[in-house]
Design a protein around this ligand. Structure first.
Ligand SMILES: [Zn+2]
Length: 247
């Protein structure tokens, strides 16, 4: 396989660095060939994140995720644009960083501070090393919708029922094939979006009409809820036990 070039050669080592700092970067996901699908080059078409990590920061009452997103540069010269790109990550991430193989000059550190962006210094060498030159302030993402969208690109979903976050690769049952996915995806008509479309919401629900993809939403149920639902349904659907006929 060709060796990663340019900034991409820093992606995997940076993932491992984040893992050592307590983040999950896709270690449990793997391709058919058994290679780890690291959290690199993820996000939407319009906005890609070079390297990302997540960790659970919830309590017993609420499950919450913390997202760190890193913009990686292979060049030593840092432009304002590079910092803006990292700053944009704050729409969906709690921590945004710019990583580059450079000792960041004071003007860059000041500009990064203003933009609430952290800096990671990369030391070149046979094995690149990373050092946090400026700690990113932890902030709530600007948009929770964007946050959930980004998590989806990492194959992490929030359960509609219990609100816990879970990776779609969670496998509770070894019978689920390696290439399979254990999450349950439900397609729903986005009822609010048909208000102006002369469609009768009740008709859609009653007849189970299929609407266009722009009118649909997806909902996810974690494997634990899926198992519990199955158990509840089985219990409710059980037919009454017939009386024994006396001999
Ligand atoms: Zn659940």
């Amino acid at each position: 396989m060709a060796r990663a070039r340019g900034e991409r050669r820093f992606y995997k080592p940076l993932c491992r660095w984040l893992v050592r700092r307590g983040y999950y970067c896709g270690q449990q996901t793997s391709t058919y060939w058994g290679k780890i699908k690291w959290f690199t080059d993820r996000g939407t078409k319009a906005q890609r994140v070079d390297v990302a990590g997540v960790r659970s920061i919830g309590t017993n009452c609420a499950d919450e995720m913390e997202i760190v997103a890193v913009e990686v540069r292979s060049k030593g010269l840092i432009r304002t644009r590079d910092l803006s790109d990292a700053q944009d990550f704050r729409q969906f991430a709690h921590l945004a960083y710019l990583a580059a193989p450079v000792k960041f000059p004071d003007r860059v550190v000041r500009a990064a501070e203003e933009r609430k962006v952290g800096l990671i210094q990369i030391s070149r060498g046979k094995r690149p090393r990373f050092e946090e030159a400026l700690r990113a302030p932890k902030m709530e993402p600007e948009s929770r919708t964007r946050m959930l969208e980004f998590l989806k690109s990492l194959e992490v979903f929030q359960c509609t029922l219990c609100q816990c976050f879970f990776p779609i690769w969670t496998r509770l049952n070894v019978e689920i094939p390696r290439s399979g996915k254990s999450f349950s995806e439900l397609k729903r008509t986005k009822l609010s979006s048909i208000l102006n479309k002369r469609l009768d919401p009740f008709e859609i629900v009653d007849k189970g009409l299929i609407v266009g993809s722009d009118l649909r939403i997806s909902r996810y149920i974690c494997p634990l809820c899926a198992a519990d639902l199955t158990r509840i349904l089985q219990k409710q659907l059980r037919l009454p036990v017939p009386h024994k006929v006396k001999a």
